[in-house]
Design a protein around this ligand. Sequence first.
Ligand code: GLC
Length: 532
Amino acid sequence: MTSSLTGELKWWQSGIIYQIYPRSFQDDSGDGVGDLRGITRRLPYVASLGVKAVWLSPIFKSPMRDFGYDVADYCDIDPLFGTLADFDAFVAEAHRLDLKVMLDYVPNHSSSDHAWFQEALQGKGSEKRDWYVWRDPAEGGGLPNNWKSFFGGPAWTLDEASGQYYLHQFLPSQPDLNWRNPAVRQAMFDALRFWMRRGVDGFRVDVIWLLAEDDRYLDEPENPDWQPGQPEHWSLLHPYTQDQPETHEYIREMRAVLDEFDDRMMVGEIYLPVEQLLPYSGTEDARMVHLPFNFHLILMPWTAGDVRRFADSYDAASLAAGAWPNWVLGNHDQHRFRSRLGDAQYRVAQTLLLTLRGTPTVYYGDEIGMHDVEIPADRIVDPAALQQPDSPEAGRDPERTPMQWDAGVNAGFSADGTTPWLPIADDAATLNVAAQEGDPASDLNYFRALTRLRHEHPALIGGTYRSVDAPDDVFAFTRQDDSGTLTVLLNFGAQTHDLGDLAGGETLLSSLGDQPASGAALRPNEARILRA
Ligand code: GLC
């Protein structure tokens, strides 16, 4: 792969995706919840990070029982976030700043408040009944089978009026849409067209690997590795509710809808091993998602050896599959990576994310080093936490707290006198954008230095990836194209390592803020990028 290829790469291959959780970015209306006008006002900051696209978690009309992942109208904005006019203004400002706009599309389930489900509840004969997944009780009564919800408890809820159960892989207020019904697919595809006509460039597709279920409705087998205290959903394996052949078909149809428009993309939320993940890219004659989210950096043990083995096999498998790789360290469902990996490894991880081959996705606030915020019991609002009090890890509020803009009241997120929907971090007075803007050694400016390097050295974007042998605790790799070779050295441990020739070259960036001489030893927890 050469630098000339970099010129041919699409924006979603060469650029960085920045995820905004709209409730927590900027509250301009003064109700404690972020909104579109606030986001629009902060877009110059987003552009200053050197990212290419902004992905907004759901902003559609919703009763907010799962904070927007329960959509009551796929073609309207929730008043909490603003209006369609505010949305149009947001798109215009993003495009003016040369940022692409991505929305969060939630096709697996709607809200129970959606007019479609309300009509389905009218009874077995209703026109929309088959838009959702209904089953009679098991013989002898009770749940149709043992399927479980991701948020704990059964995946079925009884509709007393008809005596039938409906399926919900998440909350009972998030009934699963029946993707086997072509009318559902057409209606859901029309929602995509609606937003693309309004200028949307791409979509993050929620739980795309769950769209279809096996229609024999067999019980799922138990997971022998499950431990008490882990979420109940993990107590089963999921051969009948995940990754079904029909899902692949529906995604091919969805892709054809995107391809009706120029230069659009979708990234699918898919938690699967690489062998099952990469097929979601499709094949040359039957494309599927542009990027199947690769969450493995979040899920694997954080050691140089584990990360190297994974990166090697994933890079090779992506090339073999003709799939473009991508990398993620955080999102609104995962604890902040600074908290997971520790302060010492924070910049090592950030460097890795932005230098591996493939599209990085960055979660808002990670560029300033935000960490999880401990949420007092009376402020917990996430249904995954409230429904599963015995699985403390299940709660997602800690990683969803308001963006820390400055040292003022409410960290500049919300006006004085309002109560933000989630508490602000205790250290927001010192850990915030304003404080870091002026400090050349800050995490924010380290992030910008990394994105600047990507722009200056196309090898970091389109170049080949090759890992290099190094001592335990060190992960070293090169990125190479016609314009040259860069070496990335990452010390996952607290020892100094003399790497000899491997550390030869001009230091372009060190996470420790200085410019070590060619060949200088790699210090504890240091990340260094060199030009050979
Ligand atoms: C996805 C979202 C998560 C949501 C769930 C149900 O996993 O990322 O936040 O709760 O789907 O829509």
